[in-house]
Design a binder for this molecule. Structure first.
Ligand SMILES: *[C@@H]1O[C@H](CO)[C@@H](O)[C@H](O)[C@H]1NC(C)=O
Ligand SMILES: *[C@@H]1O[C@H](CO)[C@@H](O)[C@H](O)[C@H]1NC(C)=O
Ligand SMILES: *[C@@H]1O[C@H](CO)[C@@H](O)[C@H](O)[C@H]1NC(C)=O
Ligand SMILES: *[C@@H]1O[C@H](CO)[C@@H](O)[C@H](O)[C@H]1NC(C)=O
Ligand SMILES: *[C@@H]1O[C@H](CO)[C@@H](O)[C@H](O)[C@H]1NC(C)=O
Length: 415
């Protein structure tokens, strides 16, 4: 037993935090950080002792294993089973990695707390016009709040308009704007990736290509908003890493789809916002969608179906914005579960949908520290009462959630 434990600690020698955890006493206590933020009062977070979830079936990226233990400490999963302080019985339950919503517009701590309660442990915010406000949402390690990653000020052409997400006038892209400098500023201000808005009469192809090259030269990724045929083709041609949204005004051609594959791009179709928009036309108008008589939700579905059939990586994101105007509310959290069902409805199997919100999303966004239940990865975990591979809507059947090893205090009861 002793030898076995030593071995497992030794095997992890390449993972310093785990090794350290085994060598030191694991008397690790959370300190409450005083978050000065909007209306949100923290309760005392739970103690982050070395924890074992026992006898639980674990999602290994393909299937659920036979019942086993998952141990975590100091925010990360470990194979070192020495000095376990807290034991949780997972009999009959299913452990999946924390979910990733790869497209949100999340403005405050309240939104972050809300989305965490739905098992979403990482959010990718897709524009930030106030770098200080976004910085305040980052890095709440040792708190039960999802990790917040964000784009900075988005590149939007001066003639296009972008509805509620319009940057201030002095931050628009004019024909003579120094695009390399814009990209450098975004990353200088802590952006995790660069957001480009492709729409009719926004940026030219040359401008988009320039921005993508500048970001790639800095070893960074770009995400391009594109929801009409012409803009989508521009986004593909620019080789932007992640194409955000999907086309609703026509069908993607075979050549466009082949180009996406050849360029190794991924698509985050955000079916949720289209579903919501097509049920509430005032929402489409509010979000500054272009008006086209040819636009239908059927195009949304068929395009995602075609991309998936062709083997284009499809990732789960919602475009959730929360309540941003009277009568306009695409809520955080629940929408990610809805997105998985929408993706399932256009041909992704429950396994593919689950991967689209965990391991695939992590890999394509270069978040190599998460998305899998494996030694050394972040202890972002969701314990479910039922098997999501039998029915993807079972991701709603949440028992408990941990984010960076800290158990979430509030769990949304959805089933
Ligand atoms: C965008 O900028 C160009 C160059 O400054 C200008 O000619 C054009 O009128 C602007 N468009 C709008 C809608 O302001
Ligand atoms: C942050 O962005 C602003 C413009 O939005 C820019 O003036 C400033 O230089 C940037 N900071 C860094 C460190 O790049
Ligand atoms: C409208 O959509 C159909 C596919 O349903 C497509 O064949 C046609 O080219 C589109 N028209 C325009 C103007 O985009
Ligand atoms: C959008 O198009 C429809 C016709 O398809 C039209 O009735 C409506 O007025 C248009 N809305 C805007 C904001 O242009
Ligand atoms: C999945 O579960 C939902 C909710 O219980 C149900 O409506 C749906 O029919 C189920 N789907 C399948 C494929 O069993």
């Amino acid at each position: 037993m002793w030898a076995k434990q030593l071995l497992s600690c030794f095997v992890l020698a390449v993972l310093p935090s785990n090794t350290l955890a085994c060598l030191q006493s694991s008397q690790h206590r959370v300190t409450v950080r005083d978050i000065q933020s909007q209306k949100y009062v923290r309760r005392t977070p739970p103690v982050s002792a070395k924890t074992a979830i026992q006898n639980v079936r674990v999602f290994d990226g393909q299937t659920f294993t036979n019942p086993r233990s998952v141990v975590f400490t100091n925010g990360h999963i470990t194979t070192c089973t020495k000095d376990i302080e807290t034991v949780i019985d997972g009999t009959g339950q299913f452990l999946i990695p924390g979910l990733i919503d790869a497209h949100v517009h999340l403005p405050d701590i309240t939104g972050l707390a809300s989305i965490t309660s739905y098992g979403v442990t990482t959010v990718l915010n897709m524009a930030c016009h106030d770098y200080a406000a976004c910085a305040a949402l980052r890095n709440h390690n040792q708190m039960d709040l999802a990790s917040f990653l964000s784009a900075g000020i988005a590149a939007v052409g001066n003639s296009s308009g972008n509805g509620a997400l319009q940057p201030p006038p002095d931050q628009l892209v004019y024909p003579d704007t120094d695009l390399s400098q814009l990209v450098a500023w975004a990353f200088g201000n802590g952006s995790d990736y660069y957001k480009i808005v492709a729409k009719p009469s926004s940026l030219t192809q040359v401008q988009q290509d320039h921005i993508v090259s500048a970001a790639h030269n800095a070893n960074q990724q770009t995400m391009t908003h594109a929801s009409d045929l012409a803009s989508f083709k521009q986004a593909v041609a620019s080789r932007s890493d992640g194409i955000q949204h999907i086309v609703d005004d026509g069908l993607l051609s075979i050549s466009t789809i082949s180009a996406i594959k050849k360029n190794k791009q991924f698509v985050t179709p955000t079916m949720s916002i289209f579903k919501y928009g097509y049920s509430h036309p005032e929402v489409l108008a509010f979000l500054g969608r272009t008006n086209s008589t040819n636009s239908t939700y059927a195009h949304v579905e068929e395009n995602v179906r075609r991309l998936h059939k062709a083997g284009v990586p499809i990732l789960a994101g919602t475009d959730a914005v929360g309540p941003i105007a009277p009568g306009i509310d695409l809520p955080f959290g629940i929408t990610l579960h809805e997105e998985l069902q929408l993706l399932n409805g256009v041909g992704l199997t429950p396994l593919e949908a689950l991967r689209a919100s965990t391991i695939e999303s992590a890999r394509w966004h270069r978040l190599f520290d998460r998305g899998e239940i494996k030694a050394g990865k972040r202890a972002d975990l969701v314990l479910l009462n039922s098997n999501p591979l039998l029915n993807i809507s079972n991701t709603r059947d949440i028992a408990r959630v941990w984010v960076g090893g800290v158990e979430a205090q509030d769990i949304a009861k959805l089933s």
